[in-house]
Design a binder for this molecule. Sequence first.
Ligand code: GTR
Length: 328
Amino acid sequence: MSNLGRALSFAAATALLAGLSLSAQAAEWRGWNIHKPDYPNTVAMDKFAELLAEKSGGKITLKMFHSGTLGTQPDAIEQVRIGGLEIGNFNLGPIGPVAPEANVVSLPFIFSNMEHMHRALDGEAGDQISAGMAKKGLVALAWYDSGARSFYNTKQPITQPSDVAGMKVRVMNNDLYSGMIDALGGNPSPMAFSEVYQSLKTGVVDGAENNWPSYESTGHFEVAGYYSLSQHLIIPECVCINASVYDGLSDADKALVKEAARESATLQRQLWAERAKASQAKVMEAGVKFNDIPDKGAFQAAMQPVYDKYLGDNPDLKPLVELIQSMK
Ligand code: GTR
């Protein structure tokens, strides 16, 4: 090799090395979120991105893609698992089919209220759920609130299980939810979040179920005006990161990423509590016909087949179910 050739290949090697070490140091992550710009989760995920950049001195940046622009939730979960995306704010509902431990939160009425859910997640049950998710490629950095989900529909108030009989009800993609509607005598229709408005409007489905903020932010209240307070599911959400990306971080970076996610969760929970009230007030003002279901006993009793199926498929998870139930 000539001297010039040697000099050039040395320069090329140096540039390559510099490039490599730069890319090893600087991370540019992409994040998925299903909600619209002013939703509590959206504001909190933007805060997470801001905190990541701040705490890492610009070494870790996160570009958030809101409003589900990068695809449906089940697809995005898969993307974060395989590393096509680094970050997602996911509801644990659609994670359940991937990680059986996480599916425990999708057993109807497993939590009696939000405090019960928080206590469980902050303790041993939460550790088992996180471990189950990590095995499937998703590390939960922090938990967000998502309130309680109740039924709404285009036809009539729901006060007892037989009111759901014969109704076509949209559910998230998870067999437990289909089983739940079956157990009430309805026809479950698993469907992406983005399709629900049109389906309610055109009569493809008669009803769906969600918390106050999502019922309001999606405009579902405009086309399905009966909201019945069944509160059958209290499902937490995660700020999740791809497990290999997380495992590849230094201990210091792991700590700052977790800290940023947890700080964003504190903000999300505050905003959530405010939005839940505001959304309820907004839909009531718009004329939604609301009814409480003070005694939910008949709905709870009807859920036995859902528990039987889950425990039949996952006998090893019985202690986790019992642990959560014992914390009521
Ligand atoms: C919302 C939740 C979303 C999505 C949606 C749905 O409450 O925040 O992640 O799961 O419900 O019903 O699909």
